[in-house]
Design a binder for this molecule. Sequence first.
Ligand SMILES: CC(C)(COP(=O)(O)OP(=O)(O)OC[C@H]1O[C@@H](n2cnc3c(N)ncnc32)[C@H](O)[C@@H]1OP(=O)(O)O)[C@@H](O)C(=O)NCCC(=O)NCCS
Length: 280
Amino acid sequence: MSAAPEISDITIREINEFAEIRAVEELQKEAWGLPDLDVVPLTQLVAAKEAGGVLIGAFDGEMLVGFVYGFPSFERGELAHHSHMLAVKPAYRNYDLGRRLKLAQREHVIAQGIDLISWTYDPLQSLNAHFNFGKLGVLADRYFLNFYGEDAASFLHQTGTDRLWVSWLVSSERVKERISGISYSSPSNLGPPLVQVEADDSSRRNDFAEGLAQDHAVIEIPSNIDALPRETGLRWREDTRWAFTEALKAGYFVDAFVRETRGDKRIGKYILSRKKAQDD
Ligand SMILES: CC(C)(COP(=O)(O)OP(=O)(O)OC[C@H]1O[C@@H](n2cnc3c(N)ncnc32)[C@H](O)[C@@H]1OP(=O)(O)O)[C@@H](O)C(=O)NCCC(=O)NCCS
């Protein structure tokens, strides 16, 4: 077994050298199993950087072990930043590097005078849900069906490419709290989940009207979607697609993600809140 990495020696800094940008291409293949054609290439990364994009790496000595990449964007008529990729080498995961990369990206974007960073992720991935909502404090009110088409290029996503579009309001109180380690406190008046995790990890849809009868709605997901049989995963996709789409249409937004233990298993819960007039 290889030794644990010396995390205290890892530096987070901008990526500038061509050789380092080539390493970003390689890390994309390693993290997502992408074929060459789907890798964002050096030329695109160089041009985007020069045009206001942000490319930041985590380095163990000279070796690139993680990176975050995004570019300027427009959202609802305002200048924003779209974060297209974040990856950490498998042996370096769960050492806070993903979070440190996002914090460095946040500082950089704030210095550009921008308040909003957006990105997309697969809402069935509980690690990413916890990372995005629990550790960073994003919120979401847009759900895309097969955002990148029906073919999943990455080995991480075998149930189509539905995505939740998340908004990281980098200067908001919500974000300042989450990044300083203050957790979301769950409201007490939660309705029955729109979709729930069954004892065998399959999904069950519940009554729509009951699920949306309170100010907060709940959508549960299993702790590791990739460990389930493909048929079960596809059913999870259909059921959560239904729940997110209908709840967002009914005026809720995705406010938080919390994890809890039920019996001998861990489950994840999205908590949606009804939008108030000033949230629009
Ligand atoms: C997502 C990713 C960048 C996170 O990087 P990282 O350096 O491991 O991130 P951190 O160490 O800062 O935080 C990871 C958190 O996820 C938690 N986690 C790990 N496995 C988990 C799982 N199966 N379910 C839920 N949470 C999990 C960790 O416990 C940690 O949370 P904690 O600090 O509250 O304990 C990394 O996993 C990765 O490269 N994944 C593949 C590419 C990808 O999914 N990119 C992001 C798309 S949005």
